[in-house]
Ligand binder design. Structure first.
Ligand code: AMP
Length: 604
């Protein structure tokens, strides 16, 4: 017998979900469906996204409501428009073979009249984000007096987003005796509090240990120097040719910067952040879902509710402040029983934060090494080999060219042909990664960098025991700065001590200066929104020294990831990049810097 039938789900629903590929219940479905089907319990389910939560509450709702009646009987509240549409769609799919099931999605950023019209026509299940729901309630356009079930999905997210008051107001319009089902990935005290407030003696279900996150996620961290972060990140991406990832940054600016740099370097990437219009967000998400984007660079808020299957990696380009946010980020991978990797790229000072997250999750993270250039080349080579092996040949289309192709290769042995074929991609990686430096930062930074004399300045303490980051500033001698003026300007603007500033190089329209690593954030913050004579002042971490840092990275192949699907769209850009990229290889890599680095290079 179909296991869903055994759980008590009726045939027409089981038929519909079988068509969706649901053969057996996920663990949360197995445990919650029998409880929820009784219709007589409040319920708290601690479960990650991607575990099959929607069906866990959606299927029981379809069993419990009276679809002969056309008034709201169930209200599902969730944090984001994406999730709202997803849930609505899922429930409609489960109900495909039932008669008269009316589900309406109510969310902000879309035409309210359409939603009002649908509600007026008659609806049994309302799936809503809190803000728009409250708006509709305030217009007296909906009657929740006969609601039997309220589902609070991703309750922790809703609270994070400040929906507590809206939820209170919405729930006050529903009857006392309704049942409330709450799902949450994490159980911070605020969620505990609302569970207590809205529920009587709820049935509690914890999938896995509290806050441990999904067991199918591996957690890794890499320790790099601040200035090598972007290069290290690209190496990790190159080492995972089939990566389909979400990269988390802390700020909107950072998401844009990273996405821009990646695009410039030929990767299929785009950013998702709060300043995008709904239409722009939808466009980015569609490209990502369709896999025309390989990397989605997002802020925590913008990525809430993103529900894309088969995300292979979550990359924490910057660590989040809260353990809870880490859980949410990493939960975007390893959905629906798949496995995934959550990677954090940190500097040595952030190790404490990793330990804190480890404690929060009750899980040990693996310290991984940034792959060497050799490792990347090898990985890419075999990726090409596997692709060639597995490619689907379009016989009718290619047939006409076969004689000409055969003619071209008639003198060549099979071995030679294979070697050449594999070399097409491999050579480019070799070219880019030859002499690639080791990007792993030592844990004890101080001992390795005693280069005070190099900088030609007195460091005050004489020991030169800290590492410096070289920064770029878009002001120089044309702005009438000399070294002393610039030092004064920097100190004044950032409140760091002049004694801690390293070498200053004043050029024409720009300059470089060194500050201690520990001061980088302070300097960045000090110049945020600064202007000089009406011109915005721009500070950047200087990538001078390695071409990996500077961008102009490894020339990706045309259209990059999945170019079969993206078709000709990116072909031209990709090709150009390929050419310009080649000149940005390691040829510019300065001899001096090479000496500074511990050698882990391998020659080919
Ligand atoms: P959810 O946690 O509800 O967002 O579900 C995550 C993904 O798992 C969705 O794509 C569902 O379609 C899929 N899914 C849910 N339940 C099952 C099941 N029993 N068998 C196979 N896939 C499922």
């Amino acid at each position: 017998m179909n296991p869903f039938i055994e759980l008590g789900i009726r045939h027409d629903i089981v038929n519909a979900i079988s068509e969706l590929g649901f053969e057996k219940p996920t663990p949360i479905q197995e445990q919650s469906i029998p409880v929820l089907l009784t219709g007589s319990n409040d319920f708290v389910g601690l479960a990650q996204t991607g575990t099959g939560k929607t069906a866990a509450f959606g299927l029981p709702l379809l069993e419990l409501l009276d679809f002969e009646e056309n008034y709201p009987q169930a209200l599902v509240l969730c944090p984001t428009r994406e999730l709202c549409l997803q849930i609505t769609n899922d429930i409609k799919n489960y109900a495909k073979k039932m008669g008269n099931v009316q589900v309406v999605a109510v969310y902000g950023g879309a035409n309210i009249s359409d939603q009002l019209r649908q509600i007026k026509r008659g609806v049994q299940i309302v799936v809503a984000t809190p803000g728009r729901m409250l708006d509709i309630i305030n217009r007296k356009a909906i009657d929740f007096s006969k609601v039997k079930f309220v589902v609070l999905d991703e309750a922790d997210e809703m609270l994070n987003m400040g929906f507590q008051e809206d939820i209170d107001s919405i729930l006050s319009t529903t009857p006392e005796e309704k049942k409330t089902w709450l799902f949450s990935a994490t159980m911070p005290t605020e969620v505990r509090r609302i569970a207590k407030k809205y529920m009587k003696d709820p049935f509690e279900l914890t999938m896995g240990e509290k806050n441990t996150g999904n067991v199918n996620i591996e957690h890794e961290y890499y320790i790099v120097r601040a200035r090598d972060k972007y290069a290290a990140f690209k190496r990790i991406v190159d080492f995972n040719p089939d990566i389909f990832g979400i990269v988390f940054c802390r700020t909107k600016i950072e998401t844009q910067d990273i996405a821009e740099a990646l695009i410039k370097d030929g990767y299929n990437a785009d950013s998702l952040h709060g300043d995008l219009s709904q239409q722009q967000r939808d466009k980015v998400m569609k490209r990502y879902r369709d896999r025309n984007l390989q990397l989605l660079i997002a802020t925590d808020v913008a990525a809430r509710g993103i529900d894309v299957n088969d995300v292979t990696h979550v990359i924490n380009y910057s660590l989040p402040d809260e353990v809870e946010n880490y859980t949410h980020r990493s939960g975007r991978t390893a959905r629906a029983g798949k496995t995934g990797v959550s990677i954090s790229i940190i500097n040595a000072k952030e190790l404490g934060k990793i330990r804190q997250i480890e404690r929060g999750l009750g899980k040990r993270f693996v310290k991984a090494e940034i792959p060497t250039g050799f490792d990347v080349c090898e990985k890419q080579l075999f990726s090409i080999v596997h692709k060639v092996h597995n490619v689907q040949v379009n016989e009718p289309q290619i047939e006409q060219y076969i004689p000409r192709i055969m003619e071209e290769f008639k003198e060549m042995s099979k071995e030679d042909f294979i070697k050449r074929f594999a070399s097409i991609e491999f050579n480019r990686f070799l070219d880019y990664y030859k002499n690639a430096p080791d990007l792993n930062a030592p844990l004890e930074e101080g001992r390795r960098f005693e280069r005070g004399e190099d900088r030609g300045i007195d460091r005050g303490n004489g020991s030169g025991k800290s590492e410096f980051t070289r920064l770029f500033i878009n002001l120089g001698s044309v702005d009438e700065f000399n070294r002393g003026d610039l030092l004064g300007y920097i100190c004044n603007q950032t409140k760091i001590s002049g004694r801690t500033v390293g070498k200053i190089d004043v050029k024409g329209v720009y300059s470089f200066f060194e500050v201690q690593n520990a001061d980088v954030d302070k300097v960045m913050a000090g110049f945020k929104e600064a202007d000089f004579k009406g011109r915005p002042v721009r500070i950047e971490i200087s990538g001078e020294g390695t071409s990996e840092n500077r961008g102009g990275g490894y020339p990706r192949r045309e259209g990059g990831y999945n170019r079969e699907r993206s078709g000709g769209e990116r072909r031209e850009g990709g090709y150009n990049r390929e050419r310009s990229g080649a000149s940005g290889g390691f040829r510019d890599f300065s001899g001096k810097r090479k000496e500074d680095r511990p050698e882990r290079r391998r020659r080919f």
